[in-house]
Design a protein around this ligand. Structure first.
Ligand code: CA
Length: 230
């Protein structure tokens, strides 16, 4: 089931959208402002973000730009919702990196059709191929990690950490860089949080002897390498 995060400050509109999304077979998640949205996206990225242009604090446009800048959310599908139907605003909305733009008022049916179109366009099956490194397989579609044929159970943060490492093998990342890239910039957590999740990830991988893939580089940070396992 695809998860849609609705970022909208007006609760009546969130409720209406939630009703339409659930009815169309989506899972509905909500955030009342950009800050809440960033936390929700960092802890468990949705399949698509429905983003209101006008939000208190950080605007929808700024949030869209920020999501595009971060590696982990750079390709997160975004549909902007707005009361502005002016063609210039439409162009500006798309320039922020949004995948589509729907002007209020819209019919729920139209919105659902646009969501389905964006998901089809941004999630072509071929782009969601698994990554294989040294016998370890990570499948981004069903969030599955396998050591050979054996499933490894990972919590969402450990999954994202491993996913980042497997996309960027054989490079050293500092704790700060990992916080930026995996947790997201502006998410204020202590650097030792990284160590906690590295420890959990190693523990989960250790059962199958893959913990050696996650290497500590003294004074620098961590590195993932598929060359370590013997
Ligand atoms: Ca609003």
């Amino acid at each position: 089931m695809k998860r849609i995060l609705v970022v909208e400050d007006e609760s009546a509109i969130r409720e209406m959208l939630g009703f339409s999304l659930v009815k169309a077979g989506f899972r509905f998640e909500e955030a009342a402002d950009a800050e809440q949205a960033l936390v929700a996206i960092a802890s468990n990225p949705p399949d698509l973000v429905l983003l209101d242009w006008m939000l208190p604090g950080m605007s929808g446009v700024d949030l869209a730009r920020r999501l595009r800048r971060e590696e982990l959310t750079a390709r997160l599908p975004i549909i902007m919702l707005t009361a502005r139907s002016d063609e210039n605003d439409r162009v500006r909305g798309l320039e922020t990196g949004a995948d589509d733009y729907v002007a209020k008022p819209f019919s729920p049916r139209e919105l659902i059709a646009r969501i389905q179109a964006v998901l089809r366009r941004t999630h072509p099956e071929s782009e969601e191929t698994s990554i294989h490194i040294g016998g370890l397989t990570l499948n981004p579609v069903d969030h599955r990690v396998q050591a050979g044929e054996v499933d490894i159970e990972l919590a969402p943060t450990e999954f994202r950490l491993l996913s980042f490492f497997m996309h960027h093998p054989d490079r050293v990342y500092s704790r700060e860089q990992l916080l930026d890239r995996v947790w997201g910039r502006g998410i204020y957590v202590e650097e030792r949080t990284v160590d906690v999740h590295i420890r959990r990830l190693r523990k989960a991988l250790a059962i199958h002897g893959y913990d050696t893939f996650i290497q500590t580089v003294r004074g620098a940070g961590y590195r993932f390498s598929g060359k370590a396992k013997v």
